[in-house]
Design a protein around this ligand. Sequence first.
Ligand code: TRP
Length: 438
Amino acid sequence: MSTASPSPQRFLTGITTTGTPHLGNFVGSIRPSVAASRLPGVQSFYFLADYHALIKCDDPARIQRSTLEIAASWLAAGLDPERVTFYRQSDVPEITEFTWLLTCVTGKGVLNRAHAYKAAVDKNQATGNDPDADVTAGLFMYPVLMGADILMFKAHKVPVGRDQIQHIEMARDMAQRFNHLYGEHLVLPEAVVEESVALLPGLDGRKMSKSYDNTIPLFTPRDQLRKLIAGIVTDSRAPGEPKEVEGSALFQIYQAFASEPETAALRQAYADGISWGDAKQLLFERVEQEVAPMRERYHAMLNDPAHIEALLQAGADKARAVATPLMRELRHAVGLRSLGALPAAAAKSKAAKAAAPTFKQYREKDSRFYFKLLDADARLLLQSQGFESPRDAAMAISNLQKEGPAALVTLQGQVEVAQGITDIELAAALRFFTAAHA
Ligand code: TRP
């Protein structure tokens, strides 16, 4: 059994491949993950969760496009595929195989309580629909697939957003239950929620999110970036009027990109009554400064998808070097085992029978019941006389089998040692039966 907490801390996180990364994804996930992957003593597993994407999206072209864009974004942001195991979930078939093993140790009631599923049910109930209307089994099983993602690689830490904490706790429970049933095979993971990473507000001041349609795409062209930033909501304070940093989306986005002194300078400018137009220009310049070099790398990569594919394949090889042996171990643990490895119970007893002495019972023309003892080579060792009933013959056999040569004394006159058979040979044959009775 291998609990094997490998001494470096293993971080793992997945990125669902629907959509195009925006500034919120960059600040909340890509940037801190790339930074974490450079820390000493850290092993990082980052993957494109394309199986998860199928739960939300049935547009094949979009899944493929998003996989390309997200991979290119992470690489452009400085992810080093030499250092990090960077792979695509669907290139590791062990993950779906493992999902089934975990499915069988996960309570259905637990999945009923998963946020994403519950939200769908609540929505249906609010509108008077069947609770499970338009809910796929994929959505229901989402946490189990995610558990397999995490446990397959024995991750210790899983950096995620707040909304995912419940899933990590479920993965932990699955690991615990599996270990309880089958031995210590899996590592219990922990969620890591970056407290210091503020949620980035979007154009309308709410959390930047695809579902609010208020995002700024990470690699939107320069002119488009300027335009989008110009559209960020502000209040109606005129130039020269002091402005509040509290609740200012513009300020919060600036803060996510700027150094502390830069942020302090903007805070002062707010107090001094900077115009919203000038503040937006500052924000645009600061974001552009950070994004421009990455944008260039990003477009170079988009123009060479074969290169990204090769990197992902190399990543899948590294991932499978971990997943394949663990999956083999887990299959064995649950009893999905090769029969060839068994000490061939059936075959063995057959062979043993052929090689063992045997009693044969039969009836003669005189209507009496006889038996004889043959050795492994079918040589006659012992011959009985005729018994009245088969029961009497069976009793005599039973005595010989239980008591061995000692029974010959009481059976005197009823059995006869065959010619040329020594006491030693007979005793050896009978020991075969007495040993079984011992
Ligand atoms: N469900 C995660 C999200 O939507 C993505 C994901 C899939 C993931 N598998 C994972 C995250 C495993 C962490 C670990 O954000």
